[in-house]
Design a protein. Structure first.
Length: 274
C-alpha cells in the first residue's frame, strides 16, 4: 500500500512539474530533462510512469477534456437527449482554445503545439478512433470548402486534424476578410458538422444540433486556470422558445416533441434514421 501511494505521489509530481513548464515555455521548448529537474525525479522513474513527453502531454490534455466535459454538463444541466450537443460544444471549445483569436487563454500556446504535433489523437478512446476511421473510409467531401476538405482528407477529426486548424487558419481568415469571429464560428461549425455526420444523423438533425450547440456556446463563459482547471458558466441560457425557433426552421415538426415537465425547459429531437 505504501509503495502504491508513493508511486501515485511521484506521478503527480511529474505531471505538475510538466504542466508548469508546458504553460511557461510551451510543449516544444520543454524537454524531458527539464521535467526531471523540476520534479526531482530520475529519468528512469519518469519513463516508468510516462512513455514519452508526448504521453505526458496527452495525459494533461485528457484531464482538461474530462474537467471541461464535467463542468459543461453541470452548467447546461444537460441530459441524455442532448448528449450530442455536449460533444459538439466540446469540439467548439477545442477549436476556440487552439485558435484563441481573442487571446483569452494563456494555455493556448501549449494546446496549439499539441494540435500541430497531432497529439490530440491519443486523447480519445480506441473505439472513438476506430469509429471515425470507419466513417472516413466511406465519406465523400467533394462539395466542401478547401480547408474543410483538407480536414476530411487527413481523416483525423479527433486528433491530428487539429493541426489542419493551425495550418489552415490564415487561409480561412482570408476567406472572411480578416473577420476572426466569423472565421472561428465557421471552423467550429465545420467540426461540429463532421462529428454529426460521423453519427449518421439525418441532414436536418445535423443542422439543428450544430445551431443549438452554437447558441449554447455563444452564451458560455469558460475560465481556464493553468492547463486543466476549468470553470464553465452560462448567462441567459437558451430558453425553450429559443430552441424551438432554431429547430422549426430546419426539422420536420413531427420530429420535435416537447418534454412533459415545463420546468425542464427542454425538447426532444428524434434523430433516428427512417
Amino acid at each position: 500500500m505504501a509503495t502504491y501511494k508513493k508511486s501515485g505521489i511521484t506521478k503527480e509530481a511529474i505531471r505538475k512539474a510538466a504542466a508548469d513548464l508546458f504553460l511557461e515555455q510551451g510543449y516544444i521548448a520543454t524537454t524531458v530533462r527539464d521535467i526531471c529537474k523540476v520534479s526531482g525525479v530520475s529519468l528512469s522513474r519518469l519513463n516508468y510512469h510516462f512513455s514519452s513527453k508526448a504521453d505526458l502531454a496527452a495525459d494533461i490534455c485528457r484531464e482538461l477534456l474530462r474537467n471541461f466535459y464535467t463542468e459543461l454538463k453541470k452548467a447546461i444541466r444537460n441530459d441524455r437527449d442532448y448528449s450530442l450537443v455536449v460533444e459538439a460544444i466540446s469540439l467548439r471549445f477545442i477549436v476556440d482554445l487552439v485558435i484563441d483569436a481573442e487571446n483569452r487563454y494563456e494555455a493556448s500556446i501549449f494546446y496549439r503545439d499539441l494540435a500541430a504535433e497531432g497529439i490530440f489523437g491519443s486523447t480519445f478512446t480506441p473505439s472513438d478512433q476506430g469509429e471515425f476511421s470507419r466513417y472516413m473510409s466511406t465519406a465523400h467531401f467533394s462539395n466542401i470548402q478547401s480547408l474543410t476538405e483538407s480536414i476530411g482528407i487527413y481523416s483525423h477529426i479527433f486528433g491530428s486534424s487539429f493541426s489542419a486548424v493551425v495550418s489552415g487558419w490564415n487561409e480561412l481568415l482570408g476567406q472572411y476578410a480578416g473577420d476572426e469571429k466569423k472565421a472561428l464560428r465557421k471552423l467550429q461549425d465545420v467540426y461540429a458538422g463532421l462529428f454529426m455526420q460521423m453519427m449518421d444523423m439525418p441532414h436536418e438533425a445535423q443542422q439543428a444540433m450544430i445551431k443549438i450547440s452554437a447558441a449554447y456556446y455563444e452564451v458560455m463563459e469558460v475560465e481556464l486556470e493553468g492547463l486543466t482547471c476549468v470553470k464553465v458558466s452560462v448567462k441567459n441560457m437558451p430558453t425553450l422558445r429559443d430552441k424551438i425557433a432554431i429547430l422549426e426552421n430546419i426539422v420536420d415538426s413531427e420530429k420535435i416533441r416537447l418534454k412533459s415537465t415545463v420546468d425542464r425547459r427542454d425538447i426532444e429531437l428524434n434523430t433516428d434514421i427512417d
